[in-house]
Design a protein around this ligand. Structure first.
Ligand code: NZQ
Ligand code: ZN
Length: 391
């Protein structure tokens, strides 16, 4: 296992009623005038907005609304938030929503203290040296943005997704109340669970290096997601199921602690999934559910030396009782496909509305920044094979 540094600067307030800490947490981070970022308005319907305003009023904190952040957010939204932040002389950013809102606000937080176009930072031309203080109130579990150091923003006419990863992007704090996720529509709840599972799998499937703690925790988290997701489908107000999924979302990516010390490479499925979102505005978690089984089948066929790893996944996570590695791995993948189907994910790219003619374009774009993968090299031909398998 390689050396690593582990540091999570985000303070998590987890559980029912933790919103009571909001005002004090903002003040502790120097906030007096808040840019309050949110999405299309779900927080006004489900009462979260009113609870937040009560807390701000109680502490005498002013705020200005930065509304209308859309899923798969675009840089224009970031620029709008930056303008508002400056015009209203804000000194704190509060992101209330899922990954799209939190990511947009994170980009605003580095953009408002950077002396140049925020695009420079998103494209990696310049490194963020500072960030305005930011806190989040999570309303949808999945991306892990609430406790991680990433922000994914689409840029340009093709809506190319740029994932910026930098320690300045960790929120100062996040309020994680599972009850806030009761109202997330079923499709988005399930897509969020598929996203968590993919984050875990992308860190799990790497060459063996003795990272027993990371792999053992990862298997435990994957089992939790597989067990709890259908319970949310059954009863969206199941507190313990929502709580387990929310914490799994945060734990899957925070400080990337499950992949530290492991020879993982570029998230292979995410890079391909982002192209599907760019081209079809497809929900993030759905793209990953569509691609994962195909990627697994392709890996076993192209790098059979990793069959034991997939057999271990099948036994330890998918609960397959089978001594033969090849049969175990195959059965595990089939069971995973059934899981995605059961939670309402489309079963193939064609059903999801992807045009066959676009597969080559998607494959080319997915590897624009280089090959993907750490079990075998995934160039454009390999991406195309995955896409064709998933079609
Ligand atoms: O906009 P509103 O009206 O709030 O509705 C949202 C949105 O339509 C709705 N929603 C959220 N909480 C709700 C709710 N509806 C009712 N009740 C609630 N409590 O859910 C819809 C989807 O929200 P969105 O934020 O887009 O979903 P998600 O959390 O999946 O975020 C996806 C974005 O995060 C990026 C993705 O690429 C995508 O752009 N990612 C960010 C990552 C990170 N920062 O680490 C990693 C991920 O891999 C991912 O790439
Ligand atoms: Zn993701």
């Amino acid at each position: 296992m390689d050396n690593f540094i582990f540091h999570i600067p985000t303070k998590a307030y987890f559980g029912k009623g933790q919103i009571k800490n909001l005002g004090k947490a903002i003040k502790a981070n120097g906030g007096a005038k808040v840019l309050l970022g949110y999405g299309g308005g779900s927080i006004k319907k489900n009462g979260i907005f009113a609870q937040i305003v009560d807390q701000l009023n109680a502490e005498g904190i002013n705020y200005v609304e930065f509304k209308g952040i859309q899923p798969n957010p675009h840089i224009e939204s970031v620029e709008q938030g930056m303008t508002l932040y400056h015009e209203e002389a804000c000194d704190f950013i509060l992101a209330v929503g899922g990954g799209s809102v939190i990511d947009t606000c994170k980009a605003v937080s580095i953009g408002v203290v950077y002396d140049g176009p925020v695009l420079d930072l998103l494209l990696g031309k310049e490194v963020p040296k500072q960030a305005a203080p930011l806190g989040s109130v999570l309303t949808m579990a999945g991306t892990g943005s609430e406790m991680d150091q990433a922000a994914v923003i689409s840029v340009g006419k093709q809506h190319k997704k740029k994932a910026l990863i930098h320690e300045k992007l960790f929120p100062r704090f996040s309020i994680l109340d599972p009850e806030y996720t009761f109202t997330v529509p079923e499709y988005h709840s399930m897509a969020g669970c598929a996203d968590i599972l993919c984050h875990l799998m992308e860190q799990y499937f790497a060459p063996e290096c003795g990272a027993d703690v990371q792999d053992g925790m990862n298997e435990g988290l994957m089992r939790v997601v597989l067990e709890r997701t259908p319970q949310i489908l059954e009863n969206p107000r199941d507190y313990n199921a929502r709580a387990s999924i929310m914490w799994a979302s945060s734990m899957a990516l925070t400080g990337f602690h499950l992949r530290l010390g492991k020879p993982t490479a570029n998230s292979r499925l995410h890079m391909i999934g982002h192209e599907l979102s760019s081209m079809y505005d497809m929900t993030h978690g759905v793209t990953l559910a569509l691609l994962t089984p195909a990627w697994m089948r392709q890996t076993i066929s192209k790098a059979p030396e990793y069959l034991p790893l997939f057999a271990r996944f099948a036994r330890n996570v998918m609960n397959i009782r089978e001594a033969n590695d090849a049969i175990a791995a195959k059965t595990g993948i089939e069971k995973l496909s059934q899981f995605y189907k059961r939670i309402g994910m489309p079963t193939n790219l064609s059903e999801a509305g992807v045009r066959e003619n676009d597969l080559k374009i998607i494959a080319n774009r997915a590897v624009e920044n280089g090959q993907l993968g750490c079990l075998y090299a995934i160039g454009k031909n390999e991406v195309l094979s995955i896409l064709q398998d998933a079609y």
